[in-house]
Design a protein around this ligand. Sequence first.
Ligand code: NOJ
Length: 490
Amino acid sequence: MAWYQVLVLGALLSVSWCTEDWTFPPGFKFGAATSAYQVEGAWNVSDKGESIWDRYTHTRPEDIADGSNGDVACDSYNLWQTDIDNMVDLGLHYYRFSISWSRLLPNGFANKISEDGARYYNNLIDGLLEKGIEPLVTLYHWDLPQNLQDLGGWTNPLIADWFSDYARVAYSLFGDRVKMWLTINEPMAICDVPYNAGAWAPGILSPDHGTHLCNKNLLLAHAKAYRVYDEEFRAMYNGEISLSNILFWFEPWTEDDHDLAELAIQYCAGRYSHAIYSKEGGWPPAIEKIMEENSKKKGYSKSNFPAFTQEEIEFIKGTFDYFALNFYGAMLVRAAEEGEQLGPWPFGDIPDINAVIGYRPEWPENIVSILGIYPEGLRKQLHWLKENYGDMKFLITENGYPTRGEPNDQDRIEYIEVHLREILLAIKEGINLTHYTVWSLMDNFEWADGYGTRFGLYEVDFNDPLRPRTPRDSAAFYAKVIKNHALDEE
Ligand code: NOJ
């Protein structure tokens, strides 16, 4: 039996729901996602400024599996109409894409708006709406203007002003038509990966300081951008805004690791969510305490986990209209043994909480191999969020499966299907989940994996200058789910 058959069977048996129908609630929406750097290409056309990913891939190609970059990527800067045609074929209700900050504001600051950048995103948004596809726009999907990085990027507290100025420009230009916004995509990938692990742009290793400064400044930047929307645009445009978190579900490795698993969830979800979504705001108390102890152990006189002032706590708290969740898989945690060597988070273990990461043998690993497939983890994660942060609207803003590119992608179909079943179960159990987004509409530049790892419902031929897109089997599957507004009965 293939891995996915085991999972489907498990899901069915766990609820003895085989005779019920698998219809999604009325109004439930299906979408697909991409991001600017991963698909647009045209990295230096017109007056577009350089981003940190332009700089990183051009200067450190050895850090990208195939030495590639996003200079051309899917060429969606030129082929966006083809992309929309494909979305129409899928029947998507919405398209999640991101704005390239340095395409819209070539030098990162709001004193100069690129006409070409504004034209490009206006065309894309209008083109989508003409076909009845809603735009769900992410303001920041990792491509910081390089000259802001030169000033310290996310470790400089002024980033909150720079980012909210940029957000204001985007709301004023597009807010009449864009009603769903995400400020920042996956803070953990912005702070933890570059500063904890020294990988990905800007690739600056600084686990004791960089990660934490980035974390705090990012929360403030999000909050400021949210408040700009709230105070200056909401009454006029009536949209909704949040940020999207990547969350891994953590299971205890042994009976003794329950508390540690909870701590790992606080570490992963809490550091980027507690300040925004919890009733009390600020850092998760357990994490703040551990970081202080760690700082002392490392010889610092005080915590290098930057405290919030009461004013900052109030400023960040409640800056959301929904919870947006990117979910791919789960991990096991156990306490490290005395003297055990730990890899860096998020590509190894979690040294900050002395935790070793592993995977259950029955959780299949995908080729990215940083997490195990455990669809039930998604439902558990949703319940955890509801219990800890309260009842609110949830959106899955990413979920997807990597392959090496084969057109008949049964694995991807089954992956999407088992996660959709968990979503339906979660909804039945009282979770207010309204949107599901496949990552990705099409193959694209998968960061340090280059073009070898493929997430697309559509295959893109990166060897062909015309970048043709070809639907995979998963595209037909997803189109059918959307059309039927239901999964097949098993
Ligand atoms: C997370 C990111 O948001 C996206 O950019 C990436 O390509 C996918 N997940 C897959 O790794």
